[in-house]
Write a protein that binds this ligand. Sequence first.
Ligand code: DC
Length: 235
Amino acid sequence: MGRPLRIAIDGPAASGKSTLAQRLAAHLGYAYIDTGVMYRAVTWAALQRGIPVTDENALTRLAETLDLDILPPTVADGRPYTVLVESVDITWALRSPEVDAAVSQVSTYPGVRRALTQRQRQLGLRGRVVMVGRDIGTVVLPEADLKLYLDADLETRAWRRYRELQERGETVSFEEVLETMRQRDALDRGREVAPLRPAPDAIVLDTTAMDIEEVFQRVLALIEARCQETPHVAG
Ligand code: DC
């Protein structure tokens, strides 16, 4: 088997998926695609337009029609990409506590998922991608050559997210972050369509006691091992 061309990384919020994926993509010269951005963009647009997060039909129409662009970074402020909705730069607005609190609800709706999964699959099938989300290995790109599932305990993940928010100057308490994350976990894992879970052939990594460098090195070793595997020849 050669170098994996489609890498899927799934896992709960703040398990380290995005950081790992960005490093891997840069290292391999692949595209980095963060599918959570699409759910966040639909949620942000709904909040802006006063669409209730309970209005499944309106949210589905929004997901089907939203003018959304994900581009390489246009500003050197640490962003991994630039996200435009109707040409407005919403890259950082997508990370607000308001979007955090509503996005998991929005992503439970089958119509929203259908629309966004279709867009994601088109991008993933191009190959040379590291794609990150909740259902990449199970639904969006089940044919991925390497599937990773990152996990970490709830408190650790809440601390990571709390520190990120603080660094960006958001005023939010640790308890609020913890509670939001607990609720998001329950919604992401419990929803009927494409719930968060490892694909049967995914490699599960618990990052609770690992820093990003350790995770990165571990995954590089896995990729190296895949490259060395010789295909079984029958007869
Ligand atoms: O990875 P993130 O925190 O930016 O994702 C935001 C939300 O989007 C997450 O709570 C669940 C949803 N999501 C999803 O349902 N499926 C994906 N492939 C990616 C994200």
